[in-house]
Ligand binder design. Sequence first.
Ligand SMILES: [Zn+2]
Length: 239
Amino acid sequence: MAPDLTVERILVITAHPDDVDFGVAGSVATWTDAGIQVTYCLVTDGEAGGSDRSLSRTEMAELRRAEQTTAAKVVGVEDLVFLGHPDGRLEPTLDLRRDLSRVIRQVRPQRVVTQSPDRNYERIYASHPDHLAAGEAALCAVYPDARNPFAHPELLEDEGLEPWSVGETWLMAAGTPNRFVDVTDTFDRKIDALRSHASQHSDWDPIAEMIRGWLTATAKLAAFPDGRLAEGFYGLETG
Ligand SMILES: [Zn+2]
């Protein structure tokens, strides 16, 4: 697994606005602080989220894009790609695999972070069907589509996008983690990023405490000293 010092660009692929902030924003803040370029790819605009029925779904999509853009700034991310696939009925189609392969070839990341395509029975809410679909399509794009010049040939022939092999892929909410990032010093920024998603929850305080509990448990799993907080991932070599 590549040490962060050799990683220049990281691409985070998630189904919905706010997924990145629940799963990885503390780590993202440590990466951008270290000078690593981080790009977010949002597969849907999250227009099926929230409970406000007075907004049209188009308005909700606009609002959620704006919230995610604000949340990204909090942890040092300015580069966001919104693919606009349908929220709530996402499938790992060839069209989605092509769209993700395009982003991978444009960004040329050494590391992709995405959602696990496997349902986690310990944490069912992390395994929304859209998350499983986004993770499945992202892994198919990492291997083999983005590196194969004959997959989605229009990317090379029409758009001039050369194949790209992603060195490693980290999965969020994938059962037992094997990669840990100490986020004790960036926890407050992670929570501030989450608070940017005001359309989703009016009171983030209890959620912040719940997340502190998760990250404490993950730090224990990592054998970090008492009082530390960690985000955990299942990392696999994909180079
Ligand atoms: Zn989600």
